[in-house]
Structure formats: C-alpha cells, structure tokens
Design a protein around this ligand. Structure first.
Ligand code: M6R
Length: 615
C-alpha cells in the first residue's frame, strides 16, 4: 500500500509529482505529502486527507520551479493518519528527505539506538527511523548517500520502496526496493520514479522495474546506476517498453472508475481470450501453458492461492478444473497458507491469482511453494508486477488498469483465463467430450455479448438499489458455480457501501443464517438455469416462508423464480459452468448503486487500498 512518486529533470517537478499522486491514490488515501527542491531550499507540504487536500494546502504556499520532487500517498501502518505521520519525512539535520512504501519491522530497536545517540523523532512512523538511520551512517561512517542507504537497508528487516534526496546533492535521487514495487521512467535528460508506471506514462514509455534488494542512484545527465543492496554489485539495467496508454487510466466520461471498469467487461473479456481462443478451429493457445502441459496433467493436485476477489475467482476455478480436467483442486487464502506449514510436494502445481501482482500474502505463498519444489503458475493483470516475475510461468488477464479499489473486471477476466486453462487441460487429458469442449469454446466466445446484455439491465438494478439502500444487512446465496459469486457479491457490497453482507452456499442457510431472516432482510439469491435450479427454488421457498425479501438473479425468460421473488435481475442464458461471468454483473451494479446512493466514495472506500503490499 502507499504510492510513491518522484521526478528529477528540467521541467517543473510539482505538477508532475502531484498528478502522479492522483494516479497512485488508489494505493492509499489517508494522507499525502510532497517535497520539492530547487537547489537552495526544500519546500515540504503534507496533510492528513486526500491528494486534493494536499493540492489545496500547497496552493496556499508559493511553489517555485523545482527540478527535484518526491510525493507520497499513504495507507497508514505505523502511526495514525495525521499531518505529522504523513510522508515525506526529514532526517534530523533537515538534509535528507524520504518517502517510503512498506514496513520496517525492526524499527523499534533501531529507534531506541538512535535516540540513545541523540536523535529526536517527531512522528510515530518507521520511515522517520529509516531516514535517520541513513543519516547517522552517512555522517558517522563518512560515506556518500548511496552507500549510506545501502548499509542502512542491510540493517533493516521488512519491506520497502523508497525514494530520497539529499539537500547537498541537488542532482540526485536514490531509490531502492524490497517487497514493494518501484518503476523508474527513463526520459530524455529526466527520470521518474513511481510505484507503477501510470504517473509517467505521458512522458516516457521506457521503464526499468527494480527487482527486490536492488537500489538505483539516479543522477541528472548520467545513466541510472543500479546496484545490489546486499553486496553493492552492479546490475545492468533492463529497459522495458510500456504498452500502457493514457486513455486506459482515465475515467473516460464515467463518474467513477468502478463504473467504467464494470462497463469495460465485454471488451476486456474479449482482450483476455483474443488470439488464445480459436473457437472455430477448436483450439486454445496459452503461451505460458504450452511448455508445461505435462506438469499440469501429471500433477497430484492444483493448489490455488489468492486473496479477496482473486480468491473467489479461484473458487470458481475449483469447480471447473475438477469437473472438466478431473484434477483435485484446493483453494487457499494466501495469508493462511503461508503460515500453516502446508504439505506441498514437487508433484503439486500452485496457481497464484492476483490482479495487482503485488499482494504481499500471495507473494509469500509463492515463495514458500517454490521452496518446497512446487511449480508456480501466475495469473496476474499488471504486466511486469512482482508476482508475475516471481512465478515459473503464467498468463496475463489483459484487463487493462483496474483503478477502482473494488475489483470487477479483474474477477471476470481471471475466470476467463482459468476457464481456458481448464478446457485446455481437459482436452489434453481426454476428460471432456469433444462436443462439450467445442460447445464451451463457442459459449465462451459469446460471453462478451452476454455481459453486454446483462449490463443493459442497469436501470432496473438501480431501482432495486433505491429500495434496499437503507438495509443494514444482506445475505447472498448461491450454489455450485455460483456459490463463489454469492461471496463476491457480498464482498462488493460491504467494501464499498459499508453495509454488512454475507455470502453463503444456499443449502447452508439452514445451518445458521436462516435465523437472521425476517421481513427486513434482503436476500440476494443466484437462481439461474443450472443442475441445482430446483434445489435453489426450494431454498427460495424456505426464505419466503420466513418473509425475507428475495432479490433473485434469474435467467431471462424464467417464470418459476419470477413468481416467488420480490424482485428479479435478469441475465442471459449461459451454460452453468460459465454463468459466474454473467451472474456477477448485476451484483456489481447493485453494490455500485447502493454505495453511490449512500454517498460513499465508490472508488476509494474507507480503510482500503488497491494493492495490499503489507501482510
Ligand atoms: O491484487 P490482488 O488480486 O492480489 O488483490 C487481492 C485483494 O486484495 C482484492 O481482490 C480485494 O479483495 C478487492 N478490494 C476486492 O474488491
């Protein structure tokens, strides 16, 4: 969490850093700050609140043109969100200024030591400890800034992406990374630093992604000097050409990124299977999978590790992999998996799913699995992200940047990738009939237009949202392939509207949650055509007898549930196996409208951040 951005060059750093912070705000938004240096004087401004609050506060100060600037948007870890704990942080002498994304775990002991040596601390942050440690090393060991950073980083335990400058070196920024992401944009005679490439995309398409335990000394008029933190050995820079464009990271006429991303689903699902799914030829081609098919088909089991929405996509995959490919699948919360000494062998395949490719727990689960000899396959959206690089192979979802904190298009594109993998494996293993295989290829190709049709019901869903926006609890029920969709629907509602919601397998209702049902309780039931349709109808009857308010997601043309439910949200007919790709659409829209009507900040719900880079 937290976004960092930096600039060094001959333009005015302020607007570049400020705009960069706006683009990175999805990473954390409880406070923001900026430090600019014109070679004579440092101007530092920070505040609790959003980047807009920072902009307002800073505009009251006089900003002179500066060629160095660093900025930070925060998701608090150490110390409450307030002006003082906001970044950047000065060292005691006032010479060094730092921004930091991550956690220094052993900060308390270092702080104690520094206090004994006469240092004073003004904030509760671990970051202020780090900058003073660097200063202490620089002064006492009489080394240059880069070397002081390197020595300090060898003393700290934790995660970091840092950028700092020294008042005495007006042409230099030093950056380093471990665990948290850091990209360096290479312009002509100028450099950019950021947690992802979005802050500099209009200035340069050339970027270096630092690897863990690498640092870079960035000097104006010189090449970027990358070194290993551990032993100071030099690293040859690998410059990537970015494919990202500005349009992808703007709202494009929508009020919120979340709504834009919901509406992008027909086109991004197409992007996900474009060139990979050749339905007329009966072929699925997935670059990352082709060379490893045997590993998959010989695997004892597949373990899927992920968090949040990505974990829900993993649950959908459990159904399709077991059904078609007949490979046992376990789906694990990465945060639990990493700490419970799991039994993993080299006959296991781990699939790690992550939109951001930066989730700390998922990354740790991958490392653990690799140590135990398992083959790790990644499904990520962000190209070049840490997880995509930490895995043995993988498939990108190609959903484009997802900026709304609530995942929407990430979910449907992850399921699209997982469906293609399952179909491919089933075909190779011969566990799916030719006709069923062909049918699913054709039906998968139709999903974008089915999603389009589901989106056309937006107005009906908005009307339902008006009726239930003041409810304090919701239940979401689904069975089979749509049980994970119920979980996802509940997560979407609670994270952006702050209404308590729970997802359950419909049949589990009788084992507890049924006690909650009364005439006030809205229950969203996914009741589309499926093998369990009659059973879901029975569950709906049980709710009805207890006077619960039923909002049912039904297949177009349904008559039975329509009679029983209080409200319906229709989706086009699809095979049950692919139905999560369409049943999730009305649930996304329902959450969006309710949150909007309650006046919530849909894109930046409280306490959350897009990329969870701390455990
Ligand atoms: O980037 P990841 O897919 O690894 O993120 C995992 C979760 O943090 C994420 O899905 C989170 O649950 C979303 N806010 C849900 O909308």
């Amino acid at each position: 969490m937290c976004g960092i951005v930096g600039y060094i060059g001959n333009r005015d750093a302020y607007p570049i850093v400020l705009n960069g912070l706006k683009r990175l705000e999805y990473r954390g938004y409880d406070s923001a700050g900026i430090a600019l240096y014109d070679g004579t004087k440092i101007q530092l401004c920070k505040t609790k609140g959003k980047v807009a609050d920072l902009e307002e506060k800073f505009s009251r100060q006089m900003a002179t043109k500066c060629k160095i600037g660093i900025g930070h948007t925060r998701w608090a870890t150490h110390g409450v969100p307030n002006d003082i704990n906001s970044h950047p942080h000065y060292s005691n002498s006032g010479d060094l200024v730092i921004i930091h994304n991550g956690i220094i775990e052993n900060y308390a002991s270092i702080k104690k030591e520094l206090i004994n040596r006469g240092y004073t601390f003004y904030s509760d942050t671990d970051t202020e400890v780090l900058v003073n440690l660097i200063e202490d090393i620089k002064i006492n060991q009489k080394v240059k800034l880069g070397q002081a950073v390197q020595i300090a980083l060898n003393e700290v335990v934790g995660a970091y992406a840092i950028a700092l400058f020294d008042k005495n070196k007006p042409d230099e920024i030093v950056v380093a990374k471990l665990g948290s992401p850091l990209a360096i944009g290479i312009g002509e005679d100028e450099f950019f630093v950021a947690s992802d490439a979005t802050p500099f995309i209009e200035f340069t398409k050339n970027a270096i992604y630092l690897e863990d335990e690498e640092m870079a000394i960035i000097r104006l008029g010189k090449d970027v000097n990358i070194r290993k933190v551990k032993d100071d050995s030099s690293v040859a820079p690998y410059i990537q050409k970015l494919k990202l464009n500005l349009e992808q990271i703007e709202k494009g006429g929508y009020d919120y990124f979340m709504l834009k991303e919901i509406y992008e689903q027909p086109s991004v699902i197409k992007d996900t299977y474009r060139g990979r799914l050749l339905a007329d030829k009966g072929i699925i081609k997935l670059g990352g999978l082709e060379n490893h098919i045997e590993k998959f088909t010989n695997a004892d089991r597949i373990i899927i590790v992920a968090c949040g929405t990505s974990w829900h996509a993993g649950l959908v995959a459990e159904y399709i992999f077991e059904d078609w490919a007949r490979i046992p699948v376990e789906v694990e919360y990465a945060s639990e998996f990493r700490y419970r000494n799991p039994v993993i062998t080299d006959k296991d395949i781990i699939i790690a799913i992550s939109q951001s490719g930066e989730t700390a727990d998922t990354l740790a689960a991958i490392k653990l699995a690799k140590e135990k000899g398992a083959f790790v396959y990644g499904i990520c959206n962000v190209v070049g992200s840490t997880i995509s690089r930490a895995t043995d192979s993988g498939t990108y979802t190609h959903a484009g940047p997802e900026i709304g904190v609530a995942s929407t298009k990430a979910f449907t594109t992850q399921i699209t990738v997982l469906t293609m993998i399952a179909l491919k494996l089933a075909k190779v293993k011969g566990t799916i009939s030719q006709s069923n295989y062909r049918l699913h290829l054709r039906e998968l190709e139709l999903i974008p237009s089915n999603v389009e049709m589901a989106l056309q019901k937006n107005n009906d869903i908005e009307e339902i949202a008006k009726l239930f926006k003041d409810a304090t609890n919701f239940l979401y029920l689904g069975r089979g392939y749509n049980f994970p969709v119920a979980l996802e629907g509940a997560l979407k509602l609670k994270e952006i509207s702050y209404i308590h919601a729970e997802g359950y397998p419909a049949a589990e209702m009788k084992h507890g949650p049924i006690a909650l049902i009364d005439e006030q309780m809205p229950i969203v039931v996914i009741a589309v055509n499926s093998n369990h349709y009659d059973k879901v109808v029975s569950n709906i009857q049980e709710i009805k007898s207890r006077k619960g308010k039923i909002i049912a997601v039904v297949t177009e043309g349904d008559t039975v549930v329509k009679e029983l439910a209080d409200y319906i949200m229709e989706v086009p007919n699809t095979p049950e196996t692919l139905s999560p790709l369409v049943t999730t659409i009305p649930l996304q829209l329902l959450s969006y409208h309710i949150a909007l009507m309650l006046g919530r900040n849909v894109d930046q719900p409280r306490n959350l951040a897009k990329a969870v880079t701390v455990e």
